[in-house]
Write a new protein. Structure first.
Lengths: 502, 329, 144
């Protein structure tokens, strides 16, 4: 089929005034919802499904609304990461690392602008990827079986080791504790409840959002009490975009991360969080020559943002071509399609070309809308920081609680969140970084389940883990990363010793 | 994570409609449907579709609020209703054979009699699938090979070991005369959903999938996979009429995944009867028939007392079977 | 010292975690079983705990006294919030929490109370009307 003419007719659909209006509404609501701590893409979409029903939208209109909300939440999640050091949703966790230090230096507006631009680039490149090679990619994704997924998750866990700052042992401890926490709840393969203390609230495991918001938002408040008493009540300077446009784009970082993010997004089950995290790690490995990452390096904002938006686009590939959800957000959209009597799967491209191409065109459009909408908003958001902290911090705490509660309706989650806040405070005081913990929680489940699946398939023969070139290749990369880290660490220590010696 | 949503976000105008057509099929002011799973799955679909139709057909005068309460294959929602909502006459909870299997294997806090079973609206057919280029042309081919070596093909589906997808495969194998020891040797891999299992099969990672037809019907139609058998009483109507049943191939197994609802165990008779009547009206509408067929469900009605008896019987049957096969002690 | 305590705590955690995992058994056809992965993690946790016991970082600067009291009070307030939100209702609980936290941070009583009420009502309106997510109205005082 001729892509250009199909896409052309797709734009014909997407640019109809009503559809355009839906995209604008979706983008705006998505940005707002994404910025609220605790409510991410999954819930953002779920919240808006009823709107689609009550407006009696057609399938294509619904999908335009929902995907623009989806892209919008990916844009919005970074706002609270940068301004408040609280990730608005899971993929925005990595943006805290350099975004918040930038804000502390008075470059909040720059960081917001950088993330908006790289999000746009990542999202648009992913949409181009989706346009050109969706069916091809979908057929490649099926080569990832349980052993290959296991290798991929091992690689990701190994990469976690490179994220923390300070004592490497503490980074490892945080990461492993994350894996430990991920085993809480019912084991999907066998149905056995593990480490639940017979409490039904824990049967579904510890919700990642509850843990992350507690670790970041609540501990931030407790930290602030200490800092204030220490006499360093920090007052963040207000930001206008101070840099020229040229200083806000980082082509190499953005392009690399977009490509990586898209590929990871195409793999079902890997998702945007893993993409933003690997995008950040890759960029740090490649370009952190002066050790500025983690201290407010703008490339540390550009890379994860490009990667997570690219992954969001990549996630749509298996959803549209195979009918399998690559993430929670696409799972809901699939459910929506089915409810509207559209059967996603291998025949969707043939049977509903106008839906697919209209949707693809709408993705380009909403990305553009988001960029245009977000740049002027930068100043508005950055001005949030002029609210005196004694009012802003309680506001943040309250919004975190209400965000978590409104989604789960569970007071237990609020208690858990507070406990994670105390844990986060102790960890920060003692020099543990929290991001490995959070990543460990996310990666542990799929890592274990794919190992179990591989073993079920092989009847307990471990050799299955290294039987395909793909999994061998991934394991080799993991081993190389460990070797490089160990060498680096030892060399650093030898140098320190040499310097200490007279 | 649980997600709470309400239908009818923007158009509060629905309220006005409600006042005009006060012919409520359900009892109270705020009808609610709990989907004991995350958005996107079968239970979520049941709640959302039925909720939408209930409102469209004016069986309820307010939008049906769909609440996702995932966890432990429905056990979390079951516990929640048993503890907090057992008298709530506005609440229905999506249920299916998958949940009954969990109850039968005592994975829920309580037995079927803890709830009142309202009714079922349709059923999804179980299918046994292989890749289009598989050497197994019929169910007989596969079973003969498995009798020789139970581990000859890796099987998989959307449920964990001992769950409903797995049980259906074991039922077929048992019907062919395979003993309990051999059944245990069959390799089973759990995936997050039927379509994921099928794509893993297309990638060559597993050889056989047993799951519901509805979710994966696209793959059957496109010819990428071959359905060795559908696990229904008779052949399906419509576009899948060409698929052979297991029964006609000599394996007397029916594995339907019905879709229906339960409500709290202490709901008043009046409320319960209204619910049954409301669902019956929905079932009788052409809209439901159309929706069901498009999503691969065969419309099938059972409600009230009859359905209560059915639910208890199927729990007992599944429990006996699970014990026979060795899934539970 | 703090690092050593945490290290020892991790070793205990690992011991319990590995032991508890040993109780889990797959009922059917699962070669690896639900115990293997936790039992793989447990020794790593213990090893890293041991590392921390022998190679601790310098003692962090734990602020004591007044700050500790303030922190304890705020955590207490947050826990009470979680326990009371359903019976006492969202608006009341949130007003008190936001006002009290602002006061803890040094706001004067009147502005603190005003900001608490504003935050509470504002978020209530946003979530219940804007996003149509239900928040508890409270049963203690409403009578129903």
């Amino acid at each position: 089929m001729d892509i250009v003419s199909s896409l052309g007719s797709g734009f014909g659909v997407a640019l109809q005034p009503y559809n355009l209006g839906l995209a604008v509404i979706g983008c705006f609501l998505g940005t707002v919802i994404g910025a609220l701590p605790g409510i991410g893409p999954v819930n953002g979409i779920a919240i808006l499904i009823p709107l689609a029903f009550s407006l009696k939208l057609t399938p294509i209109e619904s999908m335009i609304l929902l995907t623009s909300v989806y892209y919008g939440t990916m844009f919005g999640g970074r706002i609270s990461s940068i301004l408040l050091n609280i990730p608005g949703d899971a993929p925005a966790v990595m943006t805290c690392l350099d975004g918040y230090p930038m804000a502390l230096k008075g470059r909040a507006a720059d960081a917001l602008a950088i993330s908006a631009i790289s999000s746009f680039v990542g999202g648009t490149l992913a949409t181009i990827g989706l346009t050109i090679c969706a069916p091809l990619l979908a057929s490649a994704a099926i080569y990832f079986g349980p052993p290959e997924y296991f290798a991929l998750f091992v690689l990701a866990v190994v990469a976690v080791g490179g994220v923390g700052t300070g004592n490497p042992a503490k980074t490892l401890i945080a990461g492993i504790l994350g894996l430990v926490l991920s085993t809480v709840g019912i084991d999907p393969a066998s149905g056995v409840p593990r480490f639940t203390f017979d409490s039904f609230e824990l049967y579904d495991g510890i919700d990642f959002v509850v843990a992350a918001i507690g670790l970041f938002a609540i501990s931030e408040f407790l930290m602030f009490l200490t800092d204030r008493e220490g006499g360093q009540g920090k007052r963040l300077p207000v930001g206008q975009i101070r840099s020229s446009f040229r200083d806000l784009i980082f082509p190499a970082a953005t392009l690399r991360s977009s490509a990586l993010g898209f590929v990871i997004g195409v793999l079902p089950g890997a998702g945007a969080t893993m993409a933003s995290f690997l995008g950040y790690t890759l960029e740090k490995k490649l370009s952190d020559k002066d050790g500025t990452f983690g201290k407010g390096d703008p490339r540390g904002v550009a890379a994860p943002e490009a990667a997570d938006n690219a992954a969001a686009g990549g996630n749509l590939v298996p959803m549209l071509t195979l009918g399998i959800p690559g993430s929670g957000a696409t799972a809901i959209m699939l459910g929506m399609l089915v409810t509207l009597n559209i059967q996603p799967g291998p025949l969707l491209f043939e049977r509903q070309p106008e839906l697919i191409w209209g949707l693809v065109a709408a993705l380009y459009v909403s990305n553009f809308i988001l960029l245009v909408m977000n740049i002027p908003l930068v100043g508005v958001f950055a001005r949030l920081l002029t609210i005196p902290t004694r009012y802003l911090m309680p506001f943040v705490v309250v919004v975190s609680y209400v965000g978590v509660y409104s989604i789960s309706n569970s007071p237990f989650d609020l208690l858990l969140m507070t406990l994670f806040g105390i844990l986060g405070f102790v960890m920060r005081k003692m020099g543990f970084s929290m991001i490995p913990l959070v990543l460990g929680m996310l990666l542990g489940g799929p890592m274990e389940q794919n190992l179990r699946r591989a073993m079920q398939a092989s009847g307990g023969d471990w050799a299955i883990l290294v039987q395909s070139p793909l999994s061998v290749g991934l394991h080799v990369v993991s081993i190389a990363m460990i070797a490089a880290a160990v060498t680096f660490e030892l060399r650093g220590r030898r140098r320190a010793r040499a310097a200490a010696a007279p | 994570m649980t997600i709470r949503t309400k239908l009818g976000l923007a158009l509060k105008g629905a309220l006005v409609l409600g006042a005009a057509f006060a012919v409520s099929g359900f009892a109270g002011p705020k009808p609610e449907c709990i989907a004991p799973a995350a958005p996107g799955g079968g239970w979520d679909f049941t709640c959302r579709t039925v909720g939408r139709l209930l409102q469209e057909l004016k069986i309820v005068d307010r939008p049906v609020q769909v609440v996702n309460m995932p966890g432990a294959v429905g056990a979390v929602a079951f516990a929640h209703v048993a503890e907090n909502r057992s008298k709530d006459g506005n609440l229905i909870v999506a249920a299916s054979s998958v949940g009954m299997t969990q109850i039968a294997q005592r994975r829920y806090p309580g037995d079927a009699d803890k709830m009142r079973w309202v009714g079922m609206l349709g059923a999804d057919a179980g299918v046994v699938l292989v890749k289009a280029d598989s050497p197994y042309k019929t169910l007989g081919d596969l079973i003969t090979a498995m009798k020789g070596n139970p581990a000859v093909a890796v099987t998989g589906g959307s449920s964990g070991a001992g769950g409903y997808d797995h049980l259906r495969l074991l039922l077929v194998a048992r019907a062919a005369g395979m003993g309990a020891a051999d059944l245990r040797k069959i390799r089973w891999v759990q995936f997050d959903g039927g379509s994921t299992a099928v794509t893993q099969m297309l990638g060559g990672h597993i050889g056989v999938v047993t799951t519901d037809l509805g979710e994966i019907s696209g793959f059957v139609e496109s010819g990428q996979v071959r359905a060795l058998a559908v696990l229904t009483q008779d052949r399906l109507p419509g576009k899948f009429a060409n698929l052979p049943t297991a029964r006609e191939q000599g394996f007397d197994v029916v594995g339907l995944n019905w879709r229906g609802f339960y409500t709290g165990g202490q709901v008043a008779d009046g409320d319960y009867d209204k619910m049954v009547a409301g669902l019956k009206r929905l079932y009788d509408s052409p809209e439901w028939k159309e929706t069901a067929q498009k999503s691969g469900l065969t419309p099938m009605w059972s409600g009230g007392k009859e359905f209560e008896a059915f639910a208890r019987k199927s729990v007992n049957d599944l429990r006996e079977l699970s014990r026979d096969i060795g899934v539970i002690k | 010292m703090s690092d050593r305590i945490v290290g020892a705590g991790l070793i205990l955690l690992a011991a319990w975690y590995g032991w508890a995992a040993g109780e889990y058994e797959a009922p059917f056809a699962d070669p690896l079983g639900p115990a293997a992965f936790p039992q793989l993690l447990a020794p790593v946790v213990a090893g890293l705990g041991l590392w921390l016991v022998f190679r601790p970082d310098p003692e962090p600067d734990w602020t004591g006294g007044r700050v500790l009291v303030l922190q304890a009070v705020s955590v207490g307030l947050m826990l009470a919030y979680a326990l009371l939100i359903v019976p006492a209702g969202y608006l009341l609980c949130t007003t008190i929490l936001a006002a009290a936290l602002a006061a803890l941070l040094g706001a004067r009583p009147l502005p603190a109370a005003a900001s608490g009420a504003a935050v509470s009502v504002g978020t209530y309106v946003l979530f219940t009307w804007g996003l149509e997510l239900s928040l508890p109205g409270g049963t203690l005082f409403a009578g129903s």
